[in-house]
Design a protein around this ligand. Structure first.
Ligand SMILES: Nc1nc2c(c(=O)[nH]1)N[C@H]1C(S)=C(S)[C@@H](COP(=O)(O)O)O[C@H]1N2
Ligand SMILES: [Mo]
Length: 328
C-alpha cells in the first residue's frame, strides 16, 4: 500500500450500501414490528440480546449479503451495511450503568433525560447553557458512520445530529482555546455503575480544537430518525468516527474550551493503553491485542480495520508530522 492508499477514505454511502427504498422499507418494517418509537425502543431494550434475536435482521431478509469477504479481499471493497436498531440498542458500552454490554439497555430504561442542559463555557466569548430544545433547533442531519470500539468490534450506525462546530461557533471560541473537554452526567441515583470506585467519575473526554471543528465530528441526538436511546447516550452524545469508540462520550452535560490537553477518564486509568488521540490505526496494536481487524456486529468473519476507520481523506491532514506509529 502506498501512504496515500493507506489514508484513502471509505465513506459509508447509503445509496450504494442500502438502497434508499430498502432503508425506508427497513424503517417501515421495524415500525410494524414495534422496534421504532419511544415505547418500542424500551420493548427492544427489555430482553433482546444480540445472540437471541426474535426476528431475522433485515440484512438477511432484504439486502444481499456481501460475497467478497474471502481472505485477501480488498478491505476498501468490503461493503458496509447498517446495523439494525436492535443490534445498536442492545450491545453497548456505558460504564455508568454497567460494564455488561448486553445489560446497559435494561439498566438505563428509566434514565431521566428531560429536562437536560449542556453548559458550554471556558475560553469563549459568549458562554451559554443550552437546553435540549435549543440543541434540537440546530438543523439535524443524518450521518451514517462506522463505529470502531478499541476492544475490536464495530457497527455501522445511522445517527441524527449536527456538527459540533456549529455549536462551538455560536459561543465564539477565543484564540487561546486549544482543546475541548467534555463531561458526562454523573448521577449515582440513576447510574448504578458509578458506585464502582475503580473509575475516576465523571466520564470525561477531549479533542484538540481542530478535531472538534472537523465536519465529521457531530453531536448526535438520535438513531434511525428516532430520539437517542438512553443506552446509546441520550439525550446528546459526541460521535468522532475516526477515533476509537471511547472518545465518543455519552450523555454530555458540559463542554469546556481550554488551553491545555485535558485529562480523559481512560487516559487517567491506563495512559499507555488509551491515549488522548486514539485514532483508529490497524498498524498499531493495543498493548494487549492487535488492532488489525475487527468483528462487525452481525457478521461472522472478522474484517480488516481501516486506517482512521476509513476517514483518512477527511482527517489525515490533522496529524501531519505526528508519529502515528506510537499509540497516541
Ligand atoms: N459516558 C460514557 N460515554 C461512553 C462510554 C461510557 O462508558 N460512558 N463508552 C464508550 C465506548 S468504549 C464506546 S465503544 C461507545 C459505545 O457507544 P454505543 O453503545 O452507542 O455503541 O461509547 C463511548 N462513550
Ligand atoms: Mo469502546
Amino acid at each position: 500500500m502506498t501512504s496515500s492508499d493507506r489514508i484513502k477514505s471509505v465513506p459509508v454511502k447509503p445509496s450504494e450500501i442500502t438502497p434508499k427504498h430498502l432503508y425506508n422499507n427497513r424503517r417501515a418494517f421495524l415500525k410494524s414490528m414495534g422496534f421504532l418509537g419511544a415505547g418500542a425502543l424500551l420493548a427492544a431494550a427489555c430482553g433482546l440480546s444480540t445472540d437471541d434475536r426474535p426476528v431475522p435482521t433485515l440484512d438477511n431478509l432484504m439486502v444481499t449479503n456481501p460475497t467478497s469477504t474471502a481472505n485477501g479481499a480488498n478491505p476498501d471493497l468490503l461493503p458496509d451495511q447498517l446495523n439494525t436498531i436492535e443490534e445498536i440498542a442492545n450491545f453497548n458500552n456505558f460504564y455508568e450503568f454497567t460494564t455488561n454490554k448486553t445489560k446497559v439497555a435494561q439498566l438505563a430504561k428509566d434514565f431521566k433525560t428531560s429536562p437536560w442542559e449542556v453548559e458550554v463555557g471556558g475560553l469563549v466569548g459568549k458562554p451559554k447553557t443550552f437546553g435540549l430544545e435549543e440543541l434540537l433547533k440546530f438543523d439535524q442531519e443524518e450521518r451514517i458512520y462506522r463505529m470502531r470500539c478499541v476492544e475490536g468490534w464495530s457497527m455501522v450506525i445511522p445517527w441524527e445530529g449536527f456538527p459540533l462546530s456549529r455549536l462551538l461557533n455560536e459561543v465564539e471560541p477565543l484564540s487561546s482555546a486549544k482543546f475541548v473537554r467534555f463531561v458526562s452526567l454523573l448521577d449515582h441515583d440513576q447510574m448504578p455503575g458509578t458506585g464502582n470506585r475503580l473509575y475516576p467519575w465523571p466520564y470525561q473526554e477531549g479533542l484538540r480544537m481542530d478535531e472538534a471543528m472537523n465536519d465529521l465530528t457531530i453531536l448526535a441526538t438520535g438513531i434511525y430518525g428516532e430520539p437517542m436511546p438512553n443506552q446509546n447516550g441520550a439525550p446528546i452524545r459526541l460521535v468522532v468516527p475516526w477515533k476509537y469508540g471511547f472518545k465518543s462520550i455519552k450523555s454530555i452535560v458540559m463542554i469546556e474550551l481550554i488551553e491545555e490537553q485535558p485529562e480523559t477518564m481512560w487516559s487517567t486509568i491506563a495512559p499507555q493503553e488509551y491515549g488522548f488521540y486514539s485514532n483508529v490505526n490497524p498498524e498499531v496494536s493495543h498493548p494487549r491485542w492487535s488492532q488489525a481487524s475487527e468483528r462487525r456486529i452481525g457478521e461472522n468473519k472478522r474484517r480488516p480495520t481501516l486506517m482512521f476507520n476509513g476517514y483518512g481523506e477527511e482527517v489525515a491532514h490533522l496529524y501531519e508530522g505526528m508519529d502515528l506509529s506510537v499509540y497516541y
